[in-house]
Every structure is written in C-alpha cells, then in structure tokens.
Design a protein around this ligand. Structure first.
Ligand code: DP6
Length: 328
C-alpha cells in the first residue's frame, strides 16, 4: 500500500526586480510584479508525510526538531494546505538545505516552494503549476518564484487567484551566474515580512511602485535579448530603489555594511572597465554579483581583493521545483 509521502527539491531565487511591500499582507499579494532567476546547485529538500498518528504538525530542520517561530510559520502554512486539500490529518516534515543556514542566502523561498510541492503530492492531489505558485506564495511571497523553472515573473495580480508566477525563459536561455559575496552570516535583525509591512511608511514607495511596470518590461526584454548592458543598469537601479525605501521607512532599515558598499563600488568600477557584472542586494548585507559565465573567474578574483568578504558562493540559473520521490 502506498503511503501519503513525497520528497521535493526547490532552489532559492534572486530577484532582478524586487518584491517589496504588499497590497494584502495576510495573502502576500504584492504591490508590484517581480522578476527573478532560480539558483542551481543550492536547494532545499523536503519530505512531507501526512500521518494519522500525529496530534500536530512536526518539523525537522537540518535534522533538528523545531519549536517556536519556525514551527509556527510552517504549521500555519500546513494548516492552510490541510484546508485546501481537504485533509484532517497532520504532517511530519523533514527539511534540509544543502547550503549553510548561516551563509546569508535566504531560504524561505526554496523552503516554502519545496514544502508546498511535497505536501500537495503527498496528498496525491494534482494541481497545476500556477496553483502551486499561488499556494507557495502564502508561505513566503518569493517562494512563488521558486516553483517555475529558470527565469520567472510573478504577477502581482489583485486577488489570491490572480497573484501567481510563471517562467518567461528556461534556465538554458542565458548562461549567467550569481556570485554571492557573503559579508555577514549573522541572522538579520528585521526580516522581510516585517519590512514589507513598513514599506508604505517611506514617502518614496509610491514612486518606486509607479515605475515598477516599466522596470519589469526593460529587465524582461534585456533577459530575452541577452542584453547584459541594459540588464545590469536596471537590476542595480531596482536594488538601489528598494534599499532607498528601506532606509527611509519608519523605523528605517539599514542592511548595508561597509563591505557591502565596497563590493558594489568594485562591481561598478569593474563594469566600467569591461567586465559583464552587476550587483543586487536583498534584505541583508550580502551582495549578489551577477555576471556572464565567461567573466566568472575574473569576478571571483575581483571579490577576493575586497576586504570583509567571509565566503563566496556561486550558482548558475536553476530549474523549477520538482518531486524526487513519492508514495514509497
Ligand atoms: C528583498 O519573500 O522573503 O528578497 O513574503 O514575507 O516571506 P515574505 O517575504 P520574502 O521577501 C523577499 C524580499 C526580497 C526581494 C525579492 O526577493 O523580491
């Protein structure tokens, strides 16, 4: 007899055009569309088993049973999935990242994408990719972009059903690489969820949002045309805009460290000197340096010359979330 069990894998993603601020915080319906690429080599692997003998959801993260906040966030998502899948039993979840939690790489996107896919498959439900992105979004907004493959667009939409993500180019479309300059691996003081809630307190947010559709169009076109010059310019501008919102929100959020600024400066200078590289930063101090693969070694040696970098991780464009085992 087959068991209600499935194992999935999902990659984290890095946004080119950022998600910052929601129309609806509870449903994670963002104020603007966003674009990203999945990061191959890095992944979260999650096994979900729906079990009749459990009295509550159970979560093992990298081998350790969780209590408190991590369990609460995952349990909320599983309870939503229980309702959606019409189940009255609880889930036993084992999840692990192949990248260290302290490496400063956000894991909520890959975690909630993998969790959603495994939970749905373990319940033997057949959902479309679009429906999976909608459900993953409720766990973490950026998780919706870790379901489809390669280069992904998340449409903000105006309701639960219309806020979904889809691939706009496969991973093989453009051989670009994300070289992550880790400058701090300590846990961030203010997480994204809290940041989204305060975005509107910045007087600059309405201007950022008003211009977002145009940035999405420019960036998408640059990816489709493999035009690195236009791509670099718009990706850096979008990251700077988001950080301008963060810094001018109430309370203000400063994620940049001196080493982050040094990396951004080094990247800008290197591009002027002919390297195909640009930077983008999420809600943390680490700098994602995106480059054409043939400039990878040069970018890595450039980063080795900047002081304050504690680690460097490299990832190409990754595929979508997938099932690796089910119903054993
Ligand atoms: C700065 O998806 O982590 O990385 O929906 O509250 O889980 P929640 O937020 P999250 O926000 C990501 C913010 C960002 C930009 C981006 O990835 O688009």
């Amino acid at each position: 007899m087959s068991r209600n069990i499935a194992t999935s894998r999902a990659h984290p993603n890095i946004a080119f055009i950022k998600y910052w601020g929601n129309q609806d915080d509870a449903l994670r319906i963002p104020v603007n569309d966003s674009l990203s690429m999945n990061l191959d080599d890095l992944f979260t692997q999650t096994t979900v088993e729906w079990r009749t003998d459990l009295k509550q959801h159970t979560l093992l993260l990298n081998g350790e049973e969780q209590i408190g906040q991590p369990l609460e966030r995952v349990s909320r998502h599983l309870t939503m999935l229980q309702k959606h899948l019409d189940l009255n039993i609880y889930a036993y979840v084992e999840s692990a990242n192949n990248f260290p939690m302290g490496a400063g790489i956000a894991s909520s996107a890959s975690s909630f994408a993998a969790l959603t896919l495994a939970a749905v498959r373990a319940a033997t439900a057949m959902l479309s990719e679009r429906e999976l992105t909608v459900l993953a979004r409720l766990g973490s907004g950026s998780a919706s972009r870790s379901i489809p493959e390669g280069f992904v667009e998340w449409y903000a939409g105006g309701s639960h059903e219309t806020s979904y993500a889809e691939s706009f180019a496969p991973a093989s479309h453009w051989d670009i690489v994300d070289i992550i300059a880790v400058v701090s691996s300590s846990h961030k003081a203010v997480g994204s969820t809290e940041g989204h809630r305060s975005a509107l307190t910045s007087v600059l947010q309405s201007s950022r949002v008003a211009d977002a559709a145009s940035r999405v169009a420019i960036c998408k076109n640059a990816v489709l045309e493999r035009d690195f010059t236009s791509f670099a310019e718009i990706v850096e501008r979008d990251s700077n805009l988001m950080h301008a919102i963060m810094m001018t929100s109430n309370p203000p959020l400063f994620y940049w460290l001196p080493a982050s600024v040094a990396v951004m400066e080094a990247v800008r200078t290197a591009r002027q000197e002919g390297l195909s590289v640009c930077y983008t930063m999420d809600a943390g101090p680490n700098v994602h340096c995106i480059c054409l693969r043939h400039d990878k070694d040069n970018v890595q040696s450039l980063l080795r010359s900047v002081s304050g970098i504690t680690d460097i991780r490299v990832a190409g464009v990754g595929g979508g979330a997938k099932i690796v085992k089910s119903g054993e």
